[in-house]
Design a protein around this ligand. Structure first.
Ligand code: MG
Length: 463
């Protein structure tokens, strides 16, 4: 288990955990790691729209320069735009300064490998090892790295997305889209993408602003009420909300209904596996059974992984998957790149609506519906693993459990649904997911396992 990096890079509160000194040290550790791998390493750095970005960007850059890495600064970019740039422009590493959907007082650092995928745990552990040992390899005065800026990254990325869809066919449809960038990094790409695809665009909060004045940047139902209202009022074809660094997308259908990430995931899984055989779709164990239902109906195969988009992306590449993603709106389309990508998701959604000549609500009516209940329970990091083990020991004696899956946490299958209990990788809590065909079953499963987790936490807190 890494100590600095969580499920999605390093995150913390600015000038408390995420200080300029810390960023400098990380830059030196990361630069030392790159020096061990290659001569004259090159690094590309980008940021989301947060107010503390400049402070962290220049601090970490100083660390890279001190260890002899050349740094190219591409400014304000969505995370997938940085990932695309790393691979297409052949940088040795990418740095994204972002805290994704977290509140404005947070910021973070995310690492990207040369192939454009997020850092593996192994890479993170190596950098952490150097950070904690403080064995930085500082270079001599004449080998200090160079720094330059480049403003072509978002155009490169935009053209990459456009190359994967039939622009003219989408243009002919003349879609009306309400776009809510939540004042995040998506603002610098998504409006332009929609205009290039001939859409009439109603923009909400498409000005980058690290205070997030529009609404909190997590696109959950309570934060996108205005988007829902606008889709209905303007009778638009589609609404879309992006999270802070624009790797995740949530849609609103033409009737104004909020489309859960699981539904979008199943919709695209269906699209990518229909009329084909043995196609592979990759998703974490948290995803809905509706995805298994549609893929299996199409004679495809679902591979379940641990939670975390870097894992999903790597397994997709290994297995040559046609599609993959997470239930939070983070969808991965391998024809562009192996990373979560909201602008690509938007382009592919317009392609789907164009090809099928159906509305989003009509397409969703093909997808089996399940009820998911998600809960969280506070649990100290120090006892998480013991709690997990003791719950596991207990359920071995439960005759109602049909199948146990320990890919990530503990997933128990019952006749009427499943429950997943897993310690969070980023926060001191347990997440409990319960899914069933019927609401009462899902609620009952959730309630009884929340009690079980709570009991085990209390038992371990006492000892
Ligand atoms: Mg994000």
């Amino acid at each position: 288990m890494t100590e600095l990096f969580g499920t999605n890079g390093i995150r913390g509160i600015v000038n408390k955990d995420m200080t300029s000194d810390f960023a400098l040290q990380i830059g030196k550790a990361w630069g030392t790691y790159l020096q061990r791998k290659t001569d004259n390493p090159s690094v590309v750095i980008g940021t989301d729209a947060r107010l503390s970005n400049t402070m962290l960007k220049y601090s970490i850059t100083a660390g890279f320069l001190a260890t002899g890495c050349d740094v190219t600064d591409i400014g304000l970019v969505p995370t997938p735009s940085l990932q695309y740039t790393v691979r297409m422009k052949q940088f040795d590493s990418g740095v994204m300064i972002t805290a994704s959907h977290n509140p404005p007082e947070f910021n973070g650092i995310k690492g990207i490998d040369a192939d454009g995928t997020e850092f593996s745990k192994k890479t993170e552990e190596e950098i952490e090892g150097i950070y904690f040992s403080k064995c930085y390899k500082l270079v001599s005065w004449d080998a200090v790295g160079s720094y330059k800026t480049w403003d072509g990254a978002n155009d490169l990325y935009l053209n990459g997305i456009l190359s994967t869809v039939d622009i003219d066919a989408i243009k002919d449809h003349g879609f009306h889209v309400v776009l809510d960038c939540g004042n995040g990094a998506g603002s610098v790409v998504a409006p332009l993408l929609l205009k290039k695809l001939g859409c009439k665009v109603t923009e909400l909060y498409c000005e980058p602003d690290g205070r997030f004045p529009g609404h909190p940047s997590e696109p959950v139902p309570e934060n996108v009420k205005e988007l829902i209202r606008t889709v209905k009022e303007e009778q638009a074809d589609l609404g879309i909300a992006q999270d802070g660094d624009a790797d995740r997308a949530i849609f609103i259908d033409e009737k104004g209904a909020y489309v859960w990430g699981d539904q979008t995931l199943s919709l695209f899984a269906n699209y990518h596996t229909k009329n084909k055989k043995n196609c592979i779709v990759v998703t974490p164990v948290t995803s809905s059974t509706s995805l298994d239902d549609v893929v299996e109906k199409n004679n495809g195969i679902v591979v379940h992984t641990q939670v975390g988009s870097p894992i999903v992306a790597r397994v997709m590449r290994e297995k040559n998957a046609v599609f993959g993603g997470e239930e939070n709106g983070g969808l991965i389309f391998p024809e562009l790149q192996y990373c979560r990508d909201s602008a690509m998701t938007l382009a592919k959604m317009l392609e789907l609506l164009t090809v099928t000549e159906r509305s989003l609500s009509s397409l969703l009516s093909d997808i089996p519906q399940y009820i998911v209940v998600k809960k969280k329970i506070h649990c100290k990091d120090s006892i998480k693993q013991e709690v997990m083990r003791s719950i596991h020991d207990d359920v071995l004696n439960d005759d109602n459990v049909i199948r146990i899956d320990t890919t990530d946490g503990l997933k128990l299958y019952f006749k009427n649904g499943w429950v997943l209990m897993r310690p969070s990788g980023t926060e001191p809590l347990f997440r409990i997911y319960a899914e069933a065909k019927w609401s009462r079953d899902a609620e009952d499963l959730s309630k009884s396992f929340c009690t079980i987790v709570q009991d085990h936490i209390q038992k371990h807190e006492r000892t």
